[in-house]
Design a binder for this molecule. Structure first.
Ligand SMILES: C[S@@+](CC[C@H](N)C(=O)[O-])C[C@H]1O[C@@H](n2cnc3c(N)ncnc32)[C@H](O)[C@@H]1O
Length: 388
């Protein structure tokens, strides 16, 4: 059965293309995901978890947020226990990670909790209602506040603390390019008879050609790739908003050499709908998510050019193990009354999902950059398999 598309959004796209000609893919993706009112991220449809389109780590198990809380507490210590320590989470979705972090800090890390100010900054207001009900206990304590990311970047005073994101950067609109007849072309979207179609056009931004030179990864003939220029803008804005502290970015992706290797001929664009994936962004318009893997080299290099220090980069499973995931699994087994209890088994399997090679554990990476902090040895980036 053909899955539904958002007819109003399709009309808007078609009108835009008819009026001005084919649009660069980046503009198409921006409208499909973020058109105010009609875009995927502005709709009220369930996006994450069992009734949604995909799982993110906070939806796998609360241990993810608990382990992150331990890392955040160490950052607070390193910064000299500032009060407030502002934690800004960009793109919080339903607010589950915030709830897990605050719940754990309140019960286990009381000193840190008292200094913590949690700010939620999402481009889409759609999740706010869900976040407010999930976070109502913390609202009463004035522990959380909401800020529009744009307003935060434009007006807010520089902050001390940490800027955190989980699966934010992969959701930014990307340019798509392809090497053809020795030249780098950009992919545009035009109107077909009853669908959209791709056409090649000139590069809409001079940064696209330079991008591959900068990261030393020339494409081979016929190879397609995505370029996330918004990620570079984002890190620059994040740099400006942070006076002192850390930027902790968790997402799926690779370093540039691995991301753009010739075997990845079609790039990494992926669409998610009801826990199935496809590489076709022209179906289920407005009702499916579209993502591209993150180029972590680009974030690191851009950050270093700005004055950020890369303090850690690791596969997510190593980061979580360094923060105590295996120990927590052992404790769960030890404290469980019966190993066949369904609650225990569900818990254990969910925690293990964060470890599975080839899945979330290795595809996801954790990058930590710091500003005005100097050399630090963060718990999450210590070698978890080092022999004592
Ligand atoms: C894939 S979801 C991740 C949700 C959540 N972090 C999680 O792990 O479940 C991406 C989120 O980023 C938000 N987003 C996209 N672009 C953004 C931007 N420029 N600033 C803030 N949030 C943004 C989307 O609205 C969405 O809530």
């Amino acid at each position: 059965m053909k899955e539904p598309e958002n007819k109003e959004l399709v009309k808007i796209l078609r009108e835009r293309i008819r009026a001005g000609g084919p649009i660069p893919f980046v503009e198409f993706m921006d409208l499909v995901l973020y058109h105010p009112g009609e875009g995927y991220y502005h709709s009220k449809r369930e996006k994450t978890g069992p009734g949604g389109d995909y799982y993110t780590s906070p939806h796998v198990h609360p241990i993810f947020g608990q382990l992150l809380a331990r890392q955040l507490r160490q950052m607070w210590e390193i910064l000299g226990r500032p009060a407030p320590f502002t934690l800004v989470e960009f793109g919080p979705g339903k607010g589950l990670l915030c709830s897990d972090i605050l719940t754990y800090c309140r019960t286990q890390l009381g000193d840190f909790y008292r200094s913590l100010d949690y700010v939620l900054a999402d481009i889409s207001p759609a999740g706010r209602e869900k976040q407010r009900s999930l976070l109502s206990p913390f609202l009463q304590e004035k522990k959380v506040e909401w800020l529009d990311p744009q307003g935060l970047f434009d007006r807010s005073p520089a902050r001390i603390g940490c800027l955190l994101s989980n699966e934010l950067i992969d959701a930014f609109p990307v340019h798509r390019v392809q090497k053809k007849d020795g030249k780098l072309w950009e992919i545009y979207v035009a109107c077909g008879l009853d669908s959209f179609q791709e056409v090649f056009g000139p590069r809409s931004n001079p940064a696209l050609e330079k991008y591959f030179v900068l990261y030393g990864v020339p494409l081979v003939e016929g190879q397609r790739a995505e370029v996330n220029l918004k990620a570079l803008e984002w890190i620059e804005r994040a740099f400006r908003v942070l006076r002192k502290g850390f930027i902790l970015t968790i997402d799926y992706g690779f370093d540039a050499a691995e991301l753009y290797e010739p075997s990845r001929r079609d790039g990494t664009l992926l669409c998610y709908f009801r826990h199935t994936t496809s590489s076709n962004p022209y179906e289920r318009i407005g009702n499916q998510d579209i993502t591209a893997h993150v180029n972590f080299t680009a974030l690191m290099k851009k950050g270093e050019a700005l004055g950020l220090q890369t303090v850690g980069y690791a596969e997510q499973f190593k980061f979580l193990v360094s923060l105590g995931l295996l120990q927590d699994l052992e404790n769960l087994e030890r404290d469980s009354p019966g190993n066949s209890d369904p609650g225990f088994l569900k818990n254990k399997l969910a925690m293990r999902n964060l470890l599975i090679p080839g899945g979330m554990g290795t595809l996801f990476k954790v990058l930590c950059q710091s500003k005005e902090v100097g050399n630090v040895d963060l718990l999450g980036f210590q070698d978890p398999f080092r022999k004592p």
